[in-house]
Design a protein around this ligand. Structure first.
Ligand code: NAD
Length: 492
């Protein structure tokens, strides 16, 4: 909800102005025009949301699961009815193409669909006669008030990795969406308002670091889900855990694909280009390093340079555009200086996307697809998340050498292999140190009913987002051991 050019928070079932008086401009990255002002909410704003959630919790947890999921069925219908309008907002504030915005919203919706299975998904288990006449049960109960803090690059999908499971399990949920892209969720919460949920079950608090810190410190908030960069993930993991909260933090990435000589080069380069340059490379599952093995080097390099140079870059709402801008001028500057850093470390800029002129969008934050060849595996850019449309090429003599390069990275979000050999695929799947593996797939994004399972510096915590892990995260187990001696009970 927007009032006088500023976004409101949704707290206790009503739209409210933040009390902080501090704002940040939200700009369309293709045009640099200000769309709206987002409040940077204060501790008081967070406290109000947490209290409303805490007050709603006792009745909400007693609401039967089958009744709780009826709200999600309505939510799904409303999201579908407003699908294109929400996707357009995402493109306006985030820059990605309309097809990409539609794609991410669809993946978010799938989480709403999976969460409607909660009556079965949150079942416990039991064993009779663990000793004579004694039975033992495991029950799942909601955690209480839970919160999620989300990044700029998937304004529609990532909040939906958490929200549906949290409330379906009987928790009350507070979202702090990215202050760079707050419009998408603001519009989604217009729809939440129409669901008729009890006030306080779902809240939206806009803001930045101070808002996050208030959530991390609030005694009523029992669990924190985070998705964003690794340094912030580590900080949030530490501070929330020190405050006794359950935490799951998904961090940054530097994903590699390995291309064997027996791969179908035409298909491989098309898929790798989509993975590297889709969403302007601002995807935690983007391919940022391609390692060719043996004779794969020259055909892959030739093809990928061709595909990268011909990608149509522009405003994501214009037809035919395949890649939009990056999120901010700071981001553009950072990406371009990392390309220069790569050059200074000995790489050759095979395709140079710096400072492009995009007709009609001269003020936009554009970087065209860029390819760096011969990147030093021990240099800075080989190990830094660039988070832009930049693909680094490396070469190995054998698959073992390539896997070693993959595993030397500090991140472990995704690793992919392109081949027509089953034995090579099995070896890679077995040995690569990453939580999401793609075989002849460029973006190995798990479906909603599988966990999003990053490793190493890409994840801090135990239970991942989505699927059964989400049920584990949003419920606490209670084990009941019971005995009913005959002599203590009235017999009928
Ligand atoms: P970010 O870490 O800058 O911000 C993420 C969230 O944290 C935002 O809501 C922001 O307000 C908040 N935040 C930022 N700095 C903070 C601080 N110092 N203290 C407390 N809160 C803070 O990330 P971003 O730039 O919005 O998103 C891009 C990053 O997210 C990339 O590193 C990308 O790889 C990562 N990402 C990871 C996944 C995954 O599944 N692993 C998915 C998407 C994005």
């Amino acid at each position: 909800m927007i009032e006088d050019g500023q976004l409101l928070n949704y707290v206790g079932g009503a739209w409210k102005r933040s009390r902080s008086g501090e704002f940040q401009d939200v700009r369309n990255p293709a045009t640099a025009e200000t769309i709206v002002r987002v409040p940077l909410s204060s501790r008081e704003d967070v406290d109000e949301a947490a209290r409303a959630a805490q007050a709603a919790f006792p009745a909400w947890r007693r609401t039967p699961p089958l009744e709780r999921v009826q709200y999600l069925f309505r939510f799904k219908r409303l999201l579908e009815e407003h699908f294109d309008e929400i996707a357009q907002l995402t493109t306006q504030e985030c820059g990605k193409t309309l097809a990409e915005s539609q794609g991410e919203l669809q993946r978010g919706l799938e989480n709403v669909e999976v969460a409607t299975g909660i009556p079965s998904l949150m079942m416990g288990y039991n064993v009779e006669d663990i000793a004579r006449g004694i039975d033992e049960h495991m029950l799942r109960q909601p955690v209480g008030v839970v919160a999620a803090i989300t990044p700029f690059n998937f304004p529609g999908m990532i909040p939906l990795w958490f929200l549906p499971y949290a409330i379906a399990c009987g928790n009350c949920f507070i979202l702090k969406a990215s202050e760079k892209v707050p419009m998408t969720m603001s519009r989604v919460f217009d729809l939440v308002e129409q669901l008729g949920l009890p006030p306080g079950v779902l809240s939206l608090v806009n803001g930045g670091k101070e808002t996050v810190d208030a959530l991390l410190d609030h005694p009523d908030v029992r669990a924190i889900s985070f998705v964003g960069s690794s340094p912030v993930a580590k900080y949030i993991y530490g501070r929330a855990a020190a405050n006794g909260k359950r935490v799951q933090c998904q961090g940054g990435a530097k994903n590699a694909v390995v291309v064997l000589p027996d791969a179908d080069m035409e298909m491989t380069t098309r898929i790798v280009a989509d993975s590297s340059f889709g969403c302007a490379g601002q995807r935690c599952l983007a391919t940022s390093v391609a390692i060719t093995v043996g004779e794969a080097r020259s055909p892959f390099t030739e093809h990928i340079a061709q595909v990268a140079s011909s990608r149509k870059v522009g405003y994501g709402l214009d037809s035919g555009v395949e890649m939009g801008p990056v999120i901010t001028p700071e981001s553009k500057q950072r990406i371009e200086s990392l390309i220069a850093k790569g050059e200074s470390e000995g790489a050759r800029v095979l395709v140079d996307g710096r400072n492009p002129a995009i007709k009609g969008y001269e003020r936009g934050y554009f970087v065209r697809p860029t390819i760096l060849e011969g990147v030093n595996p021990h240099g800075e850019i080989a190990n830094t998340e660039i988070f832009g449309p930049v693909l680094s090429l490396m070469h190995a003599q054998t698959i073992d050498e390539a896997i070693e390069l993959v595993n030397s990275a500090s991140f472990g979000n995704m690793a992919c292999l392109f081949t027509s050999s089953g034995a090579a695929a099995r070896k890679f799947r077995y040995e690569a140190q990453a939580g999401n593996i793609g075989i002849n797939i460029g973006v190995a994004a798990p479906m909603a009913f599988f966990p999003f399972s990053g490793w190493k510096e890409s994840f801090f915590g135990d239970m991942h987002a989505q699927g059964r892990d989400a049920i584990e995260f949003y419920t606490q187990k209670k084990v009941v051991v019971e005995r009913w001696p005959k002599e203590w009970s009235r017999t009928f």
